[in-house]
Design a protein around this ligand. Structure first.
Ligand SMILES: C[S@@+](CC[C@H](N)C(=O)[O-])C[C@H]1O[C@@H](n2cnc3c(N)ncnc32)[C@H](O)[C@@H]1O
Length: 216
């Protein structure tokens, strides 16, 4: 069965401006929340980093880190390579659909980064991805996740409407077929990851999380 792939190519260049116009620096703050905890990582798998703003900061903050970045969008990867050029010797890239292919590695990753990427997946795709990433990891590897969420309480409805609107925009702009936030937490727990840190931002609409591969 062929799976339709969202095309982020033509929103890749305006992506940063669109992000700042809609949510200011909040996505950036979410992505970077756990950055100080990633200084000991040595080998990262970065999936769907987009234009590479986070990866450039990560490579700058951690001079020992080597990273493999994979993204389905050629234009996003081009921007990422340009932004990470000062660290090119420590970076590999691969253009592929992460639902089908992940970069081969001869050494386990001790860090996975997925910022606002898991919410591009349907639940079954996410379950499958987590199961395929797991064998590539070292014991105790870290996995940082940023995602939208819908908080309970009085903000439930506005947040639900906002997220639905966001999915509609992405459907129009990129052809993304996903229409609701998948439940990454249960998928990760079931695969043996433990959430060791979580921070909600923007009244709970955004979540920064850090998970650890359970060594046992
Ligand atoms: C919503 S953007 C998030 C970009 C960035 N990580 C951020 O925090 O803003 C999703 C990114 O994942 C990529 N992407 C979407 N679906 C993908 C897939 N199936 N395989 C690999 N990359 C994908 C897009 O090209 C884009 O760069």
């Amino acid at each position: 069965m062929t799976r339709q792939l969202a095309d982020f190519d033509w929103i890749a260049r305006p992506y940063r401006v669109l992000e700042y116009l809609t949510l200011g620096r909040m996505l950036e703050r979410t992505r970077e929340y756990f950055l100080p905890l990633l200084r000991d990582s040595t080998h990262a798998l970065v999936i769907g980093d987009g234009d590479g703003r986070f990866l450039a900061k990560l490579l700058h903050a951690n001079p020992r880190l080597r990273a493999t970045a994979t993204d389905s969008s050629a234009t996003m990867l081009e921007l990422l390579c340009r932004r990470c050029n000062p660290f090119a010797g420590r970076l590999q890239t691969q253009q592929s659909d992460a639902r089908l292919t992940l970069p081969h590695t001869d050494r386990p990753y001790d860090l996975v980064v997925t910022h606002f990427f898991l919410d591009c997946l349907k639940q079954d795709e996410l379950l499958d991805l987590v199961q395929r990433v797991k064998p590539l990891l070292a014991p105790c590897a870290l996995w940082v996740v940023s995602d939208f969420r819908i908080p309970a309480g009085s903000l439930y409805l506005p947040a639900w409407l906002y997220v639905r609107g966001l999915y509609l925009c992405f459907r129009i702009l990129t052809g993304l077929r996903t229409t609701r936030l998948p439940d990454h937490a249960s998928a990760m727990r079931d695969a043996g990851f433990v959430c060791i840190g979580r921070k909600y931002l923007l009244a709970g609409l955004l979540a920064a999380e850090i998970w650890q591969n359970d060594a046992a």
